[in-house]
Design a binder for this molecule. Structure first.
Ligand code: NI
Ligand code: MN
Length: 228
């Protein structure tokens, strides 16, 4: 099985899982200050939506309409997407999982908000645990640290994508504690250095991960691809 993860800046990633394109939290240029690529240049078969905040959903509707990708999101966000003309959706909710052709996708808990850009109710925020034949990938979404992350990591995680930017989510110290619960082989930090509120020393954090844990940190530059 071939899996590649491309970082688009902030909390937006594209996963290529044996040729299936899975976009996480579409937020591209020019809306995303870190992104260099526009939504129009992205291919998608599936979209994973962790929550309703604008820095995660700004480009979901145009991307879904242009590509016809199936949007996997909580029930409330799926309803909202329907009101915007996006009907190719898969509703789910926290604690539930479903076997899609590219992976089993489980929606995990997140401690955060999920209000949609127009003020609509976006349900509860979440993250995703993807399990393929060979690999388990955890996308935390925007969240505070919580000790039940240990349950998400109970069966082993190959790659964890976690926020470290502080202010709106876990900061560097809590993200380090999170690794103790998740115990992934590899960690990819996100949700940092997009705006002044979330500026952190990412390389200093990666050095701490290497020194204090058994986890391998991968700090990605924008549009870099990490091949598993
Ligand atoms: Ni958020
Ligand atoms: Mn966010």
């Amino acid at each position: 099985m071939s899996i590649a993860i491309t970082y688009h800046g902030h909390a937006t990633f594209s996963l290529d899982i044996d040729g299936t394109k899975v976009v996480v939290d579409p937020f591209f240029a020019p809306n995303n200050p870190l992104a260099t690529v526009k939504q129009e240049a992205i291919s998608a078969d599936y979209i994973l939506q962790t929550h309703g905040h604008g820095d995660h959903i700004a480009d979901t509707v145009p991307l879904a309409k242009r590509t016809g990708a199936t949007v996997i999101a909580n029930f409330e966000i799926v309803n909202w997407l329907g009101s915007k003309g996006v009907d190719n959706t898969h509703p789910m909710h926290i604690g539930g999982g479903y076997k899609h052709p590219f992976a089993h996708v489980k929606m995990t808990h997140a401690i955060h908000g999920s209000g949609l850009p127009d003020g609509s109710y976006g349900g509860n925020p979440g993250g995703f645990l993807l399990t393929t034949d060979s690999t388990r990938i955890y996308i935390a979404g925007d969240t505070a640290l919580y000790s039940d992350m240990a349950l998400t990591g109970a069966h082993g995680i190959d790659v964890a994508i976690i926020p470290i930017g502080d202010n709106f989510t876990m900061g560097p110290d809590d993200a380090l504690l999170a690794l103790g619960y998740l115990k992934p082989k590899v960690v990819i930090p996100c949700h940092y250095n997009t705006w002044p509120y979330i500026e952190v020393d990412v390389n200093g954090w990666a050095d701490r991960v290497s020194a204090e844990t058994d986890v391998k940190p991968i700090v990605m530059t924008v549009e870099q691809t990490y091949q598993l």
